[in-house]
Design a binder for this molecule. Sequence first.
Ligand code: B3K
Ligand code: ZN
Length: 887
Amino acid sequence: MDIATTATTPEGNPELADAAPNPHDHPVIRREDYAPYPWLVPETRLEFDLGLDATRVVSKLTVLRNARAPEADSIRLEGDGLELLSVKVDGEPANNWSIDDGDLILPLSADAHEIEIATEIDPSANTKLEGLYASNGMLCTQCEAEGFRRITFFPDRPDVLSTYSVRMSGPKDQFPILLCNGNMVAGGEGDDGTHWAEWHDPWPKPSYLFALVAGDLVANSSTFTTMSGREVVLNVWVRKEDLSRTDHALRSLETSMKWDEEVFGREYDLDLYNIVAVSDFNMGAMENKGLNIFNTKYVLADPETATDADFDAIEGVIAHEYFHNWSGNRITCRDWFQLSLKEGFTVLRDQLFSQDMRGEAVKRIEDVRILRLAQFPEDAGPLAHPIRPDSYREINNFYTATVYNKGAEVIRMMRVMAGTDAFRKGTDLYFQRHDGEAATCEDFIKAIEDGAGLDLKQFRLWYSQAGTPRIAARLAHDGDTATITLKQTVPPTPGQPDKQAMPIPLKIALLDPATGTHSGEQLIVLDRPEQSFTFSGHSARPVLSINRGFTAPVVIERDASGEDLMLLARHDDDPFARYEAMQELSVSHLVAASAGALADSARTAGEEGLSQAFAAILDDEALDDAMRGELLLLPTDTYLFEQMANAHGRADPGAIHAEREGLKALLAKRLADKLRAHYDRCTRVAFDYENGRGARKMKSICLNLLASSDPEEAAALAARQYKSADNMTDRQGALGVLAGLDTPERTHALLDFYNRFNDNALVIDKWFTIQALSLHPHVVEHIKALAEHPDFNIKNPNRARSLYMAFAGNPGAFHIADGEGYRMLADFILALDPINPQTAARFVTPLGKWKRIEETRSALMKSELERIAKAKLSRDTFEQVSRSLEA
Ligand code: B3K
Ligand code: ZN
């Protein structure tokens, strides 16, 4: 459906206009209130009579009193939006049940009972995409975190583990394929063109790992032989027309399975592994036991329609979901506050996997860039929370960069401190000790302590304190001794005004100022507010290389001179440290310039230094293109925003954007010959999906830079690259440049792209994104027109994100001075919230920056948040908006 027909503003909708939300409708859940469930549910039997508009579910639960919980005289089974048809207890119709806030309460007197409940649901009406829903004529599920309660009444919490057997039946022509968790144990034909399948999953699991798929699908299949010699059938299920784009996903699954055996000693534990791709999905993918359900975006790829980055993302997400089989499924979470137990650890595992597949240096830089883009702002804003949160209203709001990416960094620090081999001993012990359990973060830390032989007493603060630590580093030199003095501060965050010092592992090296070499890297652990470390044997003042490999997720403020940074950028043998030095050269210049704190002479000197540093990177023949590309990337507007707000209290995104674009133009002008030479060289590298990726990256970077200094030349080059492209990386790279230029080639290329790919939703998503991210002066009008385009569909999360997430990430559009960008985003949130609250709530974050932005924009952003807050909101959006306004 078109956004124009579904959009409602509070002004236009009387129901929303005066219905300010009541916070008591959305109670706060607290970690400290955890209590075990009074009942065990060893067995669950589900029978589905499937239909797109009406699905009947009969569930039969065996329940036993939980001896480890206080005795209860009733059972509460969670429900959400269910039509209850009947309830039986021990075979007899029950009439003493009641419904409380959607949940079914049943009095129970004995120690063991059989409960049978029949319900009906309407999957087609399920626009939230949680529970059982219809997508493109098929049925699928999403149960994490609390979607199972939208399928049947159940103790929908991760610490209730049950063995599931499931019967599915439905019209065979509509749903020729019927899939569920575990193994298919029987199947057959029914009456009137129906058929059925019976599935059994031998591994006890929480309800959030339940999955079911029914649809007209085909599979790309292979087999994998595990380390103990068992054969596993692997299937990637998609619509017929997508089959030719599934090889990469299948290969990625095989590689992940092998890697997890070799690196973490983990073997797969069923005879079947199914992956299904669906086009309407709230997030990336879901690790349901034996039946992963994926967003098509993370399955479908071929060189013509997917970029190198898309291929990498697919490999990473396939691996991530596979790795969850152990870190998440075999050992799950006791409660949702422990989410980082499975997510932080699994992100670390997928990062290490991708490093092994594609090279450590560039992958590490990419991961740090994502952390800085998504997590640092979260940690500095109103939604800051520890990786193990203490409270929530809606758990879906806590699938955050903090829980995932900072969670991974925290475990990575344990690995750095322990060393790889000892860390493996710790993870082995964790898997062995807690297999089959619903565990806590504390269980994980203890296992690493015991297995790896680490003392993590003080380190536990990383789980309870929010905020990105800032470390001031000073180097003093006297005689032959260098002294590094480090001072840490953990900034206050909502609900946490005072912080304690945390252990911060930092790899460092002291570089000889003449040669740029050093005599060895060392690991130091800063665990006090202030600490000094001395090193002898340095007759000349060395240059400090610190947080090498980004061993700690912190901000370093060092007193390095421009010359020091240039030396590091050219000679440091740690690739991350080189990247960091380049970033810092630009950051210090751009932040000062944006704050108006750069005298003319300092500006000239800064520009000169940066030109030299960039020239040196372009001239360095020892670099490979992938790494050269990283070194040439200027810090993002978002990172500059954070740095400016850290340094000056508030950031000015308009000034940052203008300064950054200005610097791009200046560098491009001064380095035009070198950029053209690299561009020409890289265009001669023939396409091969495995190789030449660095060359393709360099082409985009060079084109982007040239576009800022010589738009005409760049338009010609980009148009040529677009026309001759034999892969999506080159085509998208060229189109991205053209989209920002005011030239006729822009129109031609955008039209061609649309016509060429208009039967491919994922590529049309790109078409929306490229335009929403563009540097074009009329980008805001373009975005408004795209929201009215017949292909825009607010109900499809990929399409909604393709336009509005890109828009919110484009400073030239979102932060335009009159506040129109903020208004557009708020209107969109109000339109999406009644349809899909989980996805709507994700769009609140960009407005939450209001406290760290210059005063005029700050007021405009805040008033949009207040406007949203006046509407009757979902729990998801209510929580994000109220937290954003409170802090
Ligand atoms: N565990 C799922 C995320 C579920 C999100 C629910 N709102 C995918 C993942 O992290 O692997
Ligand atoms: Zn995950």
